[in-house]
Design a protein around this ligand. Sequence first.
Ligand SMILES: *[C@@H]1O[C@H](CO)[C@@H](O)[C@H](O)[C@H]1NC(C)=O
Ligand SMILES: *[C@@H]1O[C@H](CO)[C@@H](O)[C@H](O)[C@H]1NC(C)=O
Ligand SMILES: *[C@@H]1O[C@H](CO)[C@@H](O)[C@H](O)[C@H]1NC(C)=O
Ligand SMILES: *[C@@H]1O[C@H](CO)[C@@H](O)[C@H](O)[C@H]1NC(C)=O
Ligand SMILES: *[C@@H]1O[C@H](CO)[C@@H](O)[C@H](O)[C@H]1NC(C)=O
Ligand SMILES: *[C@@H]1O[C@H](CO)[C@@H](O)[C@H](O)[C@H]1NC(C)=O
Length: 264
Amino acid sequence: MEFKTAGVLFCLVFVAVRVSSSGLEVNLTRTWKQDIGWEINCTWELPPRDYLQSVRLYLNRQQFMIFRPEIDGLERSLMIRRLEDGVVTNCGISSVDRRRGSCVITSELYQPQNNSFTLQCEVSGERPTFIMEKKTIVVDNFVPPSDAVLTRVRSLNDVSDRVTLNCSASGIPSPNLTWTIGSQKMPHEFKGTAWNVTSKLWDVWSIVSYTPRSDLTAVCTPEATYKGEPVNGHSAQYNSAAIEKGALTSIITVLAVLYLCRLR
Ligand SMILES: *[C@@H]1O[C@H](CO)[C@@H](O)[C@H](O)[C@H]1NC(C)=O
Ligand SMILES: *[C@@H]1O[C@H](CO)[C@@H](O)[C@H](O)[C@H]1NC(C)=O
Ligand SMILES: *[C@@H]1O[C@H](CO)[C@@H](O)[C@H](O)[C@H]1NC(C)=O
Ligand SMILES: *[C@@H]1O[C@H](CO)[C@@H](O)[C@H](O)[C@H]1NC(C)=O
Ligand SMILES: *[C@@H]1O[C@H](CO)[C@@H](O)[C@H](O)[C@H]1NC(C)=O
Ligand SMILES: *[C@@H]1O[C@H](CO)[C@@H](O)[C@H](O)[C@H]1NC(C)=O
């Protein structure tokens, strides 16, 4: 019974969307571009025998760009410099099928992104109907944590029977790095965070040292939360036994090579 009701509701919603869309399709997507920042892509397709009248773009609900093929021709570009980023916009319609086109908005970050922003894309067809479709996307200041990278630190003040590990990761905002050694949670000894001008992400690192045992695995996990849900990067692990086994394999290989050389 409940299932049937849900089915009817679904059909109603589906029909409502079909009717309101009036054949004009607008997609608005965002992607994080490594070493650049955000790229927002608004694409549209008008119904047959309609043409593009205008595309208006809004940043935080303020119009910053209008593209009208009648005035601008097949494409229009715009560059805006803000304190935290440079916003480059390229709009164009396909020369093959003029009902299709896209606006690509790239925000290159000069400074850490502190706030989310809202982007809207409003596409209008030609007279007499002027069909219109407006899509909104919120670009959160969130990039999921990268996978952890573990390195063993060799320093002079390393006490002989201890290992010191450095775990690093990146993201927006800077991820928390958590450590477990065996089944125990471990607090870090030092940590550091810096904004990376190249990647536009926060780099974070964290140090622990402990006395290794072959049955103890050290695990470092980059953690963050997005909309109340945990979003973690892949953990990295260190186990002294794995290294010893590796070393043993190398020794055996070297011995085997030496033995083979002697045979010749
Ligand atoms: C924007 O989306 C369109 C349609 O999916 C695609 O053809 C185009 O390559 C995209 N542009 C960029 C810069 O991603
Ligand atoms: C919008 O996205 C849908 C699903 O990805 C795709 O099938 C459609 O071709 C896209 N339309 C435009 C105009 O980009
Ligand atoms: C973002 O925050 C950092 C540190 O809190 C600050 O130095 C920077 O100026 C802020 N950027 C903007 C655009 O407000
Ligand atoms: C840990 O690694 C990070 C990233 O490679 C590096 O920037 C940092 O200086 C290292 N910290 C120490 C104490 O070695
Ligand atoms: C900044 O990020 C780039 C990758 O985009 C990386 O190659 C570089 O080592 C990072 N810089 C620092 C200081 O960690
Ligand atoms: C890191 O942990 C602190 C304290 O639990 C929390 O306030 C903060 O939001 C966490 N950072 C991320 C990126 O989740």
